[in-house]
Design a protein around this ligand. Structure first.
Ligand SMILES: *Cc1c(COP(=O)(O)O)cnc(C)c1O
Length: 375
């Protein structure tokens, strides 16, 4: 007895955890700086921590009221109907619901390369096929309608990430609209705004309000510092509203998650501090890192720390997971107590992604990285 053929399925490669690295290197976790998974360097909103503590006592009940309250609050905030708000187990859970609601077996989705791995994983779980559009480093990973449309071939879902992970670039709303206009009536354009709060730009929710072919994903994992509770939401077209009840896992978000989310939404101070510090950190990295970087609209910066074309050896090793300049640099940096994301698994073996930390963390990361690069 075996599971179904999973050979086409890939395994999600998360950034490495502090505990894991500390144990491996025999270091004290408190001495490590983790800037690898775009988490919030200030931790969760203190209001959310308090709400989680209080919610512990009601964890024996299904989260009926809190689920409805959070949905309602988000609907108010975005000026959409509450049926248009789909809570999920992280933004990733929402991707699953959209795939369930959209894909017939064999339908294809179009995803960015490089890009967030879970788009393709989720499509495959739901018996879908995965096609890619290519973002080119020669073009500074520009996100334009043409980039997407030139590789579009009638896919059922087109995934856009704005701001994009791992490049930090973003789509203009005009480009999103052009993509929605140019693609088939049966194509849903999903705009993943996991880092939307960090960008000084309007949300594609604006388009969701007037169209039936654009959906937006948001998460509490990044700006609200709640990656550990797993809470995200989709904002879907009005026409899609009743699909949620047919595809969601009952009580998609837990009592703890919903209470934390409700509290975090009211904690403007925490969110503002997070966004302002990220903006400072991006500038600090551009100006002080001795490596080329790309302008980012998110809470991380992509940096080029080596040239894979330097030798045929490194070119040949592009496909292997633990080689190439980025993995060497990330390894060396880790020995110095700073964890960044080696982008080899994104298909960028010459790049690392550095999450915006606190001022002290960011300064230490840049100083250590500069030392590694000069040695
Ligand atoms: C972090 C992230 C998400 C959402 O993650 P969850 O923790 O599941 O909410 C979605 N898309 C991108 C591109 C991300 O980086």
């Amino acid at each position: 007895m075996q599971p179904r053929d999973l050979s086409a399925h890939t395994v999600y490669q998360a950034g490495r955890g502090i505990e894991e690295v500390a144990r491996e290197l025999g270091l004290d976790p408190d001495d490590l700086v983790k800037l690898a998974s775009n988490e919030n360097p200030f931790g969760p909103s203190p209001a959310a921590v308090e709400a989680i503590r209080e919610a512990a006592a009601s964890a024996s009940s299904y989260p009926k009221a809190s689920h409805a309250d959070l949905t309602e609050k988000l609907a108010d905030r975005w000026d959409v109907a509450s049926e248009q708000v789909w809570l999920g187990n992280g933004g990733d859970g929402v991707l699953d619901y959209l795939a369930r609601a959209t894909l017939e077996p064999g339908d294809a989705v179009l995803v960015p390369d490089p890009g967030f791995a879970y788009y393709g994983m989720s499509a495959r779980f739901h018996h879908g096929e995965v096609e890619e559009y290519h973002l080119s480093k020669d073009d500074d990973f520009a996100l334009t309608a043409e980039t997407v449309l030139s590789d579009y071939d009638g896919e059922r879902i087109v995934h856009l990430t704005s701001p994009h992970n791992p490049t930090g670039k973003r789509f203009d709303l005009d480009a999103v609209e052009a993509i929605a206009d140019e693609t088939s009536d049966d194509t849903l354009v999903v705009v993943d705004e996991a880092y939307g709060e960090f960008a000084d730009a309007p949300s594609a929710v604006e388009l969701v309000r007037t169209r039936d072919d654009v959906a937006v994903i948001r998460t509490f994992s990044k700006v609200y510092g709640l990656a550990g509770v797993r809470l995200g939401y989709g904002i879907v077209p009005e026409e899609w509203a009743d699909a949620y009840a047919r595809v969601n896992t009952p009580f998609a978000a837990s009592e703890i998650a919903c209470r934390a989310g409700l509290a975090a939404l009211d904690d403007d101070d925490h969110a503002e501090k997070t966004v302002e510090t990220a903006a400072w950190a991006r500038e600090y990295v551009y100006e002080n890192l001795d490596a080329p970087t790309w302008e980012s609209h998110a809470n991380f910066v992509l940096a080029e720390v080596g040239d894979v074309l330097e030798s045929d050896d490194s070119r040949a090793s592009q496909n292997s997971e633990r080689s190439g300049p980025a993995s060497e640099v990330a390894d060396e940096l880790q020995h110095r107590g700073v964890i960044v994301r080696d982008c080899t698994s994104f298909g960028l073996p010459e790049c690392v992604r550095i999450t915006c930390g606190t001022e002290a963390e960011t300064e230490r990361a840049v100083a250590e990285l500069n030392e590694v690069l000069s040695s």
